[in-house]
Design a protein around this ligand. Structure first.
Ligand SMILES: Cc1cc2nc3c(=O)[nH]c(=O)nc-3n(C[C@H](O)[C@H](O)[C@H](O)COP(=O)(O)O)c2cc1C
Length: 174
């Protein structure tokens, strides 16, 4: 499928079925994240695969609304291995972790869509609670979770999916 068509087809899935995602599809999704570009190629992404009942319960207890998905990826970056830019006079503490993990997660999200696996990008969690719940190393900074699975019969795009600004509102030719 044409990539733009794939982008248009994707929507945030909030009604997952309990059908498990096949192992080979999970591996392809993870592979798409593995080969994503990162700042200076430092590859600071650290991905936790959540699919046991116990891990799901822990994740939900931190506020993450996983919508009944059978599989979720917690995407973190390693603060000790991320590219930093002390030369940035506007933001000397800057590191590329959020950018790196976002492109990793986006690559996984679109690979999932290509494979017929729906997804939901989730940032609505408390990162302190999450780190504690999974006993994450202190240098692993959680950025987002990607809920993955197949749609249930209730599946439909939410109203916000159809609200996008016109290019003229977000793009300026200078
Ligand atoms: C950075 C980010 C954080 C998000 N966090 C959540 C979340 O915690 N819970 C949720 O249900 N959706 C979350 N979403 C999904 C957005 O609400 C959704 O992408 C947006 O409303 C557009 O809808 P669509 O994805 O169906 O096109 C998040 C999306 C992004 C990119």
């Amino acid at each position: 499928m044409d990539f733009l068509e794939l982008c248009k087809k994707r929507f945030s899935e909030r009604h997952f079925s309990d059908v498990p995602v096949e192992e080979e599809k999970l591996l392809k999704i993870l592979e798409a994240g593995r080969i994503a570009p990162t700042g200076c190629n430092y590859q600071p992404q650290r991905i936790y695969v959540i699919r046991s009942e116990e891990a799901m319960k822990k994740a939900v207890s931190t506020g993450a609304s996983l919508c009944g998905c059978p599989l979720a990826l917690l995407v973190c970056y390693d603060l000790s291995e991320v590219w930093k830019n002390p030369a940035d006079r506007g933001f000397s503490e800057y590191n590329c972790g959020e950018q790196d993990t976002s492109i990793v997660a986006s690559s996984m999200m679109f690979e999932a869509e290509q494979l017929g696996v729906h997804s939901l990008w989730i940032r609505g969690f408390d990162s302190v609670e999450l780190s504690e719940a999974f006993d994450l190393p202190e240098n692993h900074k959680p950025v987002m979770m990607l809920a993955l699975g197949y749609p249930s019969e209730k599946s439909h795009p939410a109203h916000l999916h159809f609200k996008r600004k016109e290019l003229s509102e977000t793009v300026k030719y200078i």
